[in-house]
Design a protein around this ligand. Structure first.
Ligand code: NAD
Ligand code: DAU
Length: 353
């Protein structure tokens, strides 16, 4: 079996649902259920004995040690993190607690348990750490895309905390020989994403007739990857990645934010004739320290492991818009009082630019 952390979040839940769609290997899912964790996302597995959910913190060494001893996983896949850049600017402490101290604690619990395993199990074990392209910093328009050897230059508290966790993972491989794998992925989108992030926020606001708040001039560029393609990349790295290696994962789909929002308006308009949400686009004050451009060179994972994305931006966005339109109960459930408070506070301060 494998142990997954943060499996009630956006990518973790997609990973678990896809995991059972392609194999029957049992999985234990440890998640703290912060505001971003949602068991409703895993409802299709409610009665499935292959999935075992445990509410807990990756920093709880006693709990993690007990789960490792009881279940003897052949791998740990670490999704658990604080993930929203804007929240990291407002309150960085939680990002240090989970992404730095929590990842350290998880690594150390795993190292202690793993080092006492019989040789064959120790050699076969993998610790896969799910990280981000934001650790590489920001690119100018004509810079080459980030490769695995691009120096780290994180710019936000979120990116810095993920960079610190990546360094710890690297050190645990180099020093203790823990068979680690790290993936650095670009921006994901798709079903089950919490509507604080650009694409689901814009869909929610478009449908509600609210402003679509674009930061700055809307020309910041991200490299978008459909979440299920990220999940297949993680499965590929877990199965075939070289211990100690890092792999960049991306969709080869660079887009300026304004073009993302316009695409989304077109697709929503196709499904809801008469709704012209481009008129709702509003330019608001910029994110402090806003990285201008991310782009991923995914040639290593393609060359060495044969992975490439299946979805184009257009096909992935169509599926995404359709999923949100068909899942209004899920969307309503996550727009609770805490969510509304975040949106009110965050966007009230970003008056129209
Ligand atoms: P998310 O915010 O949707 O979910 C994070 C999950 O982790 C939640 O279920 C939350 O409850 C859980 N969690 C938080 N702190 C925890 C703790 N201390 N112990 C246990 N569980 C905890 O995040 P996501 O978008 O699904 O991202 C998952 C991972 O992928 C993160 O590590 C993130 O850095 C990385 N990543 C995300 C993207 C993206 O575009 N979303 C891109 C590249 C990499
Ligand atoms: O690159 C990978 C990263 O992508 C992940 O590591 C992070 O966890 C994930 O949150 C994401 O970070 P971003 O900051 O790029 O994503 P976000 O959806 O917050 O913003 C995408 C772009 O859209 C960014 O340039 C900021 C802009 N934006 C965002 C919001 C929420 C807006 O213009 N308006 C908004 O309201």
């Amino acid at each position: 079996m494998i142990l997954v952390t943060g499996g009630a979040g956006f990518i973790g839940a997609n990973f678990i649902l896809d995991w059972f769609a392609v194999n029957d290997e049992p999985l234990v899912n440890v998640d703290k259920l912060t505001y971003a964790g949602n068991l409703r996302s895993l409802a299709p597995l409610a009665k499935d004995t292959r999935h075992r959910f445990v509410r807990g913190d990756i920093a709880d060494a006693a709990l993690i040690g007990e789960l490792l001893t009881r279940h003897r996983p052949r791998a740990v896949v670490n999704f658990a993190a604080e993930t929203h850049v804007d929240r990291s600017i407002r309150g960085p402490a939680a990002f240090i607690e989970t992404n730095v101290t929590g990842t350290f604690s998880l690594l150390d619990s795993v190292r202690e348990w793993w080092s006492a395993l019989p040789d064959a199990e120790r050699a076969a074990f993998r610790f896969l750490h799910v990280s981000t392209d934001e650790v590489y910093g920001s690119l100018a328009a004509t810079d080459p895309a980030f490769s695995e050897s691009t120096p780290y230059a994180p710019n936000s508290p979120y990116a810095a905390s993920k960079a610190a966790s990546d360094h710890l993972v690297r050190a645990y491989h180099h020093t203790y020989g823990l068979p680690t794998l790290t993936t650095n992925c670009s921006n994901n989108y798709g079903p089950l994403q919490f509507p604080e992030k650009l694409i689901p926020l814009m869909i929610v606001n478009a449908l509600a007739g609210k402003p679509l708040p674009v930061y700055g001039d809307g020309r910041n560029v991200r490299d978008w990857l459909y979440v299920r393609d990220h999940c297949s990349a993680i499965r590929t790295v877990l199965a075939h990645g070289a211990p100690g290696a890092t792999y960049n994962v991306g969709g080869n789909a660079e887009m300026a934010n304004l073009d993302v929002v316009r695409t989304l308006c077109r697709l929503v308009g196709e499904r809801r004739p008469g709704l012209d949400c481009e008129r709702q686009i509003t330019f608001v004050s910029d994110r402090p320290g806003h990285d201008r451009r991310y782009a991923i060179d995914a040639s290593k994972i393609r060359r060495e492991l044969g992975w490439s994305p299946s979805e184009t931006f257009e096909s992935g966005m169509r599926s995404t818009v359709d999923w949100y339109l068909a899942n209004d109960a899920w969307l309503a459930s996550v727009q609770n009082a805490e969510y509304r408070q975040w949106v009110d506070l965050h966007y009230a301060e970003r008056a129209e630019a």
